[in-house]
Design a binder for this molecule. Structure first.
Ligand SMILES: Cc1cc2nc3c(=O)[nH]c(=O)nc-3n(C[C@H](O)[C@H](O)[C@H](O)COP(=O)(O)OP(=O)(O)OC[C@H]3O[C@@H](n4cnc5c(N)ncnc54)[C@H](O)[C@@H]3O)c2cc1C
Length: 384
């Protein structure tokens, strides 16, 4: 059960319980197998779809539950707290909170009608392709181009580190459409089976091993005009806008995972013996775990504060950026401590805390590196 919080209503606690029960039964026992395969089975994602887990943020008029950022934070925290597998959480959260929201926010009725039913059932898993070999933190530096071609668009370029793009079905691709404007980027709905769309490489990673991560080549990929998503040349701003939600769920997942790692470590130190007693008897260990808990609690409180600000419809960029930076650095510290107190077992791949330590590493890099987040805070800190 998630710790109480004034924003977590009975309905949201029930959602968290559903997610955590699902992960404990259907996800956690398969961790080693899925991590070795580098893939989350599609039937697991379809089951989540059938259970309504992909419908939280979808407006009621489109068959969803019409919930807000607080629900996303609860969902992400519950995943982090129960799956012990960041790669699984990433697979799900990229679909629910990073890629598909673009369709809901910017899609036409026709596009929503075409793709949303599959997104809700888990038949259509989504990806968002922004990062390129020469443009990561600096999104406006992207070089992938889309030019008009007859009744559609021709897209050419390369993308890298794209989650869900090996086994997913629909990739939302950012491409430059106005060569004269640094921010002249548009988004396109690209079905994975389009001619010229190639997975150049399934990438091998330090953590998040069960999530599929692709290097993509788009070689004269033609899409019809009705696959342009949102307003032409305005994609950069749409991508930036949804980054707030992306950063919120990454931070929420991270604090959930940190809590799970602390709980596993508490169990371990109460039974593992050294120097005539259990590890818990050592004041140094107790206090460092107490500090890990205090920092996790503070990070969690900031995550829900960010979710609340977003739910009010306020511009939460400065606050969310600070939370993304701070909370996920805290999560790294906590994972370090938990691994340390597991001793040699903490270094073994079979130990969940080892996996969680590796998985946490990407969170200070992906979705906006800590330094980039701090720039977002800094530039909003000086009043002209
Ligand atoms: C496992 C994984 C999954 C991913 N999934 C996706 C996905 O689904 N879709 C997608 O589009 N992208 C995805 N990414 C890409 C991710 O968002 C980028 O890796 C991230 O934005 C950083 O970009 P970069 O790797 O090009 O690093 P760079 O931009 O080259 O930056 C390198 C480092 O320099 C520092 N730095 C950068 N800018 C500044 C600055 N202004 N001030 C100070 N320091 C700075 C930071 O420490 C940063 O980590 C994924 C990445 C990984 C590793």
């Amino acid at each position: 059960m998630l710790a109480p919080h004034p924003l977590i209503t009975d309905e949201l606690h029930a959602l968290a319980e559903q997610v955590m029960t699902f992960c404990e039964k259907e996800v956690r026992p398969n961790a080693d197998e899925w991590e070795a395969a580098g893939m989350v089975p599609r039937e697991t994602l379809r089951t989540m779809g059938e259970l309504g887990m992909f419908a939280l943020r979808v407006p009621e008029e489109h068959g969803g539950l019409g919930m807000g950022p607080v629900a996303s934070a609860v969902f992400a925290e519950a995943l982090g707290a129960s799956s012990t597998m960041g790669g699984f959480d990433a697979t799900v959260l990229v679909h629910t909170d990073m890629a598909s929201p673009h369709l809901i926010h910017s899609g036409t009725d026709e596009q929503i009608g075409r793709f949303l039913p599959g997104i809700l059932t888990g038949e259509t898993i989504t990806a968002i392709a922004v990062t390129e070999p020469d443009a990561g933190s600096d999104v406006a530096g992207m070089r992938t181009k889309a030019v008009r071609d007859g009744e559609g668009w021709l897209i050419n370029g390369r993308k890298i580190f794209i989650t869900n793009a090996v086994y997913g079905h629909l990739v939302i691709v950012g491409a430059r459409t106005d060569p004269d404007d640094k921010y002249g980027i548009s988004m396109f709905l690209v079905e994975r089976d389009r001619e010229g769309f190639e997975v150049a490489q399934k990438l091998d990673k330090h953590g998040w091993r069960c999530s599929d991560t692709a290097e993509l080549v788009l070689d004269d990929v033609w899409v019809p005009a009705e696959n342009l998503l949102g307003t032409e040349h305005r994609g950069f701003y749409e991508i930036m806008k949804n980054f707030q939600n992306e950063r919120l769920v990454l931070a929420a997942e991270g604090v959930g995972a940190a809590q799970a790692a602390i709980d596993l470590t508490l169990e371990w130190v109460q039974t593992r013996r050294a120097f005539g007693g259990v590890l818990w008897d050592k004041q140094g260990i107790r206090q460092r775990l107490a500090m890990a808990q205090a920092k996790t609690d503070a990070a969690r409180a900031s995550v829900y504060q960010a979710a609340w600000l977003m739910e009010q419809g306020k511009d939460a960029t400065k606050y969310v950026s600070g939370v993304k930076a701070n909370a996920l650095e805290v999560v790294m510290e906590v994972m370090y401590e938990c691994t340390q107190f597991h001793g040699g077992m903490g270094f073994m791949n079979e130990t969940p805390v080892n996996r969680m330590y590796r998985d946490a590493r990407v969170n200070t890099i992906g979705g906006g590196a800590t330094e980039v987040m701090l720039e977002e805070v800094a530039k909003r800190s000086i009043v002209a």
